[in-house]
Design a binder for this molecule. Sequence first.
Ligand code: PMV
Length: 332
Amino acid sequence: MRGSEPAEAVAHPNIALVKYWGKRDDRLVIPYADSLSMTLDVFPTTTQVRLQPHATHDVVIMDGALARNNARRRIVDFLDLVREQAGRSECAVVKTCNTVPVGAGLASSASGFAALALASTAAYELEYEPAALSRLARRGSGSAARSVFGGFVRWHAGAPDAPDPDRASFAEPLTGTQLDLALVAVLLETGHKSVSSREAMSRSARTSPLFPTWLARTRAEIGEMCAALDEGDLATVGAIAECNALGMHRTMETAVPPVRYRTRDSHRVLQQVRRMRRAGLRAWSTMDAGPNVKVLCATGDAPLVAEELKQATRRRVVVARGGPGAVLRGGS
Ligand code: PMV
């Protein structure tokens, strides 16, 4: 037994180029459709799990403060799942440190649960292959399934009639693409969002008249996106990503009651990106469950795109490139 020696893991957020939006199975976190993302090289989450054999409850410390309510609940539920899979019962102290604002649509749950999956399986001595780790991370937060891997990653929904839906749904890295893609994030707001992505996607799937169309389009876009990445076709990658993200926002904005993450500032940035494109810059927008806009472009153009966006918005702008998968600190 590892005793009280902590296991520590680092994982990075990922941003989807074809989004995951809507679950077929809420408990197992099985999506309706495949999604595809790029893991970033910025905003890592570091998570440490230390078993406490004599403790009677788990302790969760997030960014130096004791986590409470829902934030704590999600981590304890995840530890329960790991303990069940490991056939163990010890409580743990979890210390997690984010370098990205939490709950602002900047993918902190993806890096958070990928790091927690890796650190907790190490602490409870579960030896999981990357695909199994991805399945486990998925149960914490769907998008975390993809942050287990670096670079471009595809998360398979699994067939609706798969005999074991949990087994059928995992992420894996895409090989064979040479596209040097950068992502320029414009940090408009870093506060906690009022509606969780979990609630927003469920509401969209249940009530938006646009959801079936968006889903059918997404299923087609996955294939188109893989082909464009294979060919290193930046313009097609950018155009599909922008169309997919805006389509996702339309589904939530037409849900009942609507969820509006896009603010006036978000619309200004979206417009600015269209303007930059008309002026000849190759740049496309994407957005997640929050008001912040991320701009996709070639790595070589990123400094110019970042400068233009900084001038136009006067906000903090962060340039990211493809980043690594989740790793354990200290070697193993
Ligand atoms: O993993 P969750 O439950 O935070 O869902 C995230 C969903 C989006 O970020 C909006 C899209 C995606 O594919 O990452």
